[in-house]
Write a new protein. Structure first.
Lengths: 377, 377
């Protein structure tokens, strides 16, 4: 699944990036990967998790393709409304939302929200009483590189209690949502989660709350420097088979991919701003780093670093431009002897790069440049 | 050193923050803490590390007080030049700088740069040949909460070699710089560093390079939820005594405080956007978090969280507004039963808060509001 990058590809990327750091964005790959997910889970509602990359051209494209959107904030909502996305194609799966966001989203026609606390039901009862609600179920995140199970989600008993509470208040408990964690490396993550979801489904029915919707969240992985991630088709098959085994045939299914839609579509081009031979080996300093586009390196994402330089490769530590010693991106990266001014190309940077970027230390994060889609990847 | 915050203070902060999250900035405290540092290390050149908080009003005030500035990037340089700060009052202590930055800084009159590699000397020889140079010496960072010793700095032997290399190229090796790490909790950090600096000083002299400048970096701590940090006066005394014991009387001294100048001057006011009673206890969700102003919580800074709510306190987990499970700010924070819409006041937020903030997930970081200085802290 990890795309081979030829020397000609590298040269093309370097030439396209007239300044650095730049994120080259190939909308043809966004379209292709969106369609792959559509085909992997036919009939599912797909809601792009806008946080992965909120570039308006991505949203505009996905809108024309019929994709929905998952948002959490007034900023994300405004971006979509400015593009005239209809509220009914927007959902919010953040279980804890500000009252102002709920009010404005509901006014814009958003009718689907996640929750996992009684306090959230208080807000929804007041501000969005007709919305369909999905309770966030906690599931194991063992298979993912960026686990999401520490902050949200309740266990089965609490979930049933919350669903019954919603019903008793006259609200509309409609389904459940789980998240296997971002960059999930094993289809077993979804199977285990669906098995737990089935227990909740049945317990809720026994408590008199009939559910209709399974939101299987995101987690679709992208190949970085390791190659062993499952294809979307394999994930889709696992979900389809498990769903058929455990749930009624008419169950509605939502999918909320972020990385799985835009991860492969972005290629970062950076410049080498310094090199140093230190006691622990060679260091290569780039004009992008932890605070400026490569934050996920802190969380275990192992990017590939490619160079047009020639000669023998050696293990290097790759660091960012800031004064902060946290700003170390990767260790034991094999690189030829690069020099100040050389370009470094980092594939699969479409997701959670520009989105996490700050202006710390006076450095700008990568600019985004839409490039012609010429690669058939 | 941790300031007591009365109920009247809290009420005043809450009233001043007409929206949230907001960083209330008290320039009177900036001035007071700058003067405290001036008094702690008389005769030293003080260069404010702009990365701690690049708000222009801070720079403008420090400029009028006679303070210099330490910068790393074109963005920071531009901010100062827009305020008509003279280049000679600006230094750059980032040992690895982009060629474009060196060129523009030199053109603006900046004449002092740090370095710790031969590749940096290549750049300086070409772009800033008349600048005074300080070699970055690695020193132990055991006493600091945000260590800075992993990315920059060389040991004595390599430092001497680099200083001699600079001299042989006709450049101007002038001094040394070390950094004990940010938020350094023990004056021993500076003493140990100065003792190591003395070894380099003497070794350099034996190699025919006479040094003139000791840049003791930053690291001046601020009291967060723990109270046991040394006063600036104690740090100054330790530096003065150790310097007198080890270095010639005419040695020039630079100090580069960031947190020590602006940390206490900022007070963050947030809103509670959600609460949840989970299996592991109570959670309180704020409209500021790891990606939006409180990033240093990840690195061990333990903020205080204060509320006007009444009643018994209980241990809470405090989290930010985003969907990301990394966005958990603190655990076991004692808080009364706060409700959605209540305000939370976080003292000592002037440094490394807005500076690290991103717009991840569509949330804006805290706005900064300059407030009248009425507190004598």
């Amino acid at each position: 699944m990890q795309a081979a990058v030829s020397r000609a590809d590298l040269k093309r990327f370097v030439d396209l990036a007239t300044s650095t750091p730049t994120l080259l964005l190939d909308l043809g790959i966004v379209e292709k990967d969106y369609r792959t997910l559509e085909a992997a889970l036919p009939g599912a509602g797909i809601f792009y998790a806008l946080k992965a990359n909120p570039h308006p051209e991505i949203a505009r494209l996905l809108q024309t393709l019929g994709c929905g959107f998952e948002v959490s904030s007034l900023g994300e909502l405004k971006l979509l409304l400015d593009l005239a996305v209809e509220g009914e194609r927007i959902i919010s799966s953040n279980p804890v939302k500000s009252p102002e966001f709920i009010r404005k989203a509901y006014a814009a026609g958003v009718r689907h929200f996640a929750f996992d606390s009684a306090a959230e039901l208080d807000k929804i009862a007041e501000l969005a009483p007709e919305a369909e609600l999905a309770v966030r179920l906690s599931v194991p995140n063992d298979s993912s590189e960026w686990p999401l199970d520490k902050k949200f989600g309740v266990d089965i008993e609490a979930a049933v209690h919350l669903l019954a509470d919603a019903r008793d208040r006259g609200l509309r408990p409609h389904g459940l949502i789980f998240h296997v964690g971002s960059q999930c490396r094993d289809v077993a993550g979804w199977i285990t989660a669906l098995e737990k979801a089935k227990l909740l489904w049945d317990e809720a029915a026994r408590a008199g709350v009939e559910l209709h919707l399974l939101n299987v969240g995101g987690g679709i992985p992208v190949a970085y420097s390791r190659n062993d991630v499952p294809f979307p088709a394999a994930i889709g098959d696992a979900i389809i088979e498990t769903r058929a085994r455990l749930f009624p045939s008419e169950v509605e299914t939502y999918l909320e991919p972020g990385r799985g839609v835009v991860g492969r579509a972005g290629t970062m081009v950076c410049s080498v701003i310094g090199v140093a031979d230190r006691e622990d080996g060679r260091w290569v300093y780039l004009d992008a780093g932890i605070f400026h586009g490569l934050a996920e390196a802190m969380g275990g994402i192992s990017y590939r670093f490619l160079s047009l330089a020639e000669g023998a490769e050696e293990p290097c530590t790759v660091a960012g431009p800031s004064c902060d010693s946290v700003d170390v991106v990767a260790r034991d990266v094999m690189l030829p002897r690069v020099r100040v001014g050389d370009r470094i190309v980092i594939p699969a940077c479409g997701a959670y790069t520009t989105a996490y970027s700050s202006e710390f230390n006076g450095f700008s994060g990568p600019d985004t440049k839409i490039v012609p889609s010429v690669r058939n990847v």
